[in-house]
Design a protein around this ligand. Structure first.
Ligand SMILES: NC(=O)c1ccc[n+]([C@@H]2O[C@H](COP(=O)([O-])OP(=O)(O)OC[C@H]3O[C@@H](n4cnc5c(N)ncnc54)[C@H](OP(=O)(O)O)[C@@H]3O)[C@@H](O)[C@H]2O)c1
Length: 288
């Protein structure tokens, strides 16, 4: 499989090498929160084309479903049997009922084994490459212990059902708590280049060789309307989406981007971010 060779690769957990521009599967069933379900065939096409274009890191979850479409099922249908180099990361923690648009609560520690087994079944795997414990809702991360639930995942890792563990939507205290229980390979928090509020977490990941995998790298709710991004995009003859992604990747060697799309055209555009090279002046502008 072709690896993205610029802007380099990252070794997740020290042994799973992935290109730094991956793919987020949350938008396969539905593009916008509360919107109409997408076309299944187009989603399968997007997944296959992503791998053709060199994507070897796909981010998913069993709770990414809507209107009869489920991201895990689509990944299995489009890509199984999986190529050797393809890393599929998933996450557990939120509870989402069959009719819920978004998760409405959290699973208890005792429910996590079943959720991991559900991901194994849906993805057609014996072992999961990377499983994040996704904590809380959409409010500010932090404020309570994640130890009991992370210990369950650490036990499943010991059993061999999971290769590497991650944490998502966490504070620095919660990251420390997890790392005291088992190695953490990746953090998945909200971050985009126009709102770099999680910079302290990014620095902690750099210091500890942990991947930082931002969710909502394109803003999550429509591309941010930001003059600095437009200025850098114009300088490079790039689109806003490409500039947002290239800017993220240029910020840190531990940054892995997983933009989500259900559109073949947006996928091609987003992968074009690999040829946009922000300069130090561009990065300075983003920091201003
Ligand atoms: N851990 C967490 O709590 C959490 C939360 C959210 C997401 N995630 C993960 O992070 C991944 C990335 O986040 P995300 O997908 O929510 O947000 P995102 O990548 O910031 O944005 C996706 C949205 O942007 C649109 N889009 C994609 N490419 C575009 C382009 N080139 N031009 C214009 N619009 C474009 C998509 O619509 P189209 O389908 O029309 O392209 C979709 O509505 C997800 O797929 C998921 O795997 C994790």
């Amino acid at each position: 499989m072709t690896k993205n060779n610029e802007p380099g690769t990252f070794r997740l957990g020290g042994d799973l090498t992935v290109g730094r521009l991956g793919f987020g599967a949350m938008r396969l069933p539905v593009s916008q929160f509360g919107g109409e379900p997408n076309d299944r065939g187009t989603g399968l096409e997007v997944l296959r084309r992503a791998v053709e274009l060199g994507v070897d890191h796909i981010d998913t979850a069993a709770f990414y479903f809507h209107g009869g479409l489920a991201a895990n099922d689509m990944i299995r249908e489009a890509l199984h049997p999986y190529g050797d180099g393809l890393v599929i990361a998933t996450k557990v923690g939120p509870y989402k009922g069959p009719d819920d648009l978004v998760p409405s609560g959290e699973l208890a520690a005792g429910d996590l084994r079943a959720e991991v087994e559900r991901n194994l079944r849906e993805l057609g795997r014996d072992s999961l490459h990377l499983v994040y414990l996704r904590v809380g809702g959409m409010d500010e991360p932090g404020g309570r212990s994640i130890a009991e639930r992370f210990e369950v995942l650490a036990g499943l890792r010991e059993e061999g059902l999971i290769q590497h563990l991650g944490v998502s939507h966490v504070s620095l205290d919660q990251l420390d708590e997890a790392r005291a229980i088992a190695p953490v390979a990746a953090v998945q928090n909200r971050f985009d280049i126009t709102q770099p509020a999680d910079t302290a977490m990014l620095r902690a990941c750099e210091e500890n060789g942990i991947a930082y995998v931002p969710y909502f790298p394109l803003g999550g709710f429509g591309l941010p309307d930001d003059d600095r991004v437009k200025q850098v995009a114009a300088r490079h003859g790039a689109t806003v989406a490409q500039t947002l992604l290239a800017g993220l990747l240029a910020l840190s060697p531990v940054m892995l981007a997983i933009p989500g799309t259900s559109s073949p055209a947006h996928l091609e555009e987003n992968m074009g971010a690999l040829s946009v090279r922000p300069t130090p002046e561009d990065l300075e502008l983003f920091r201003s």
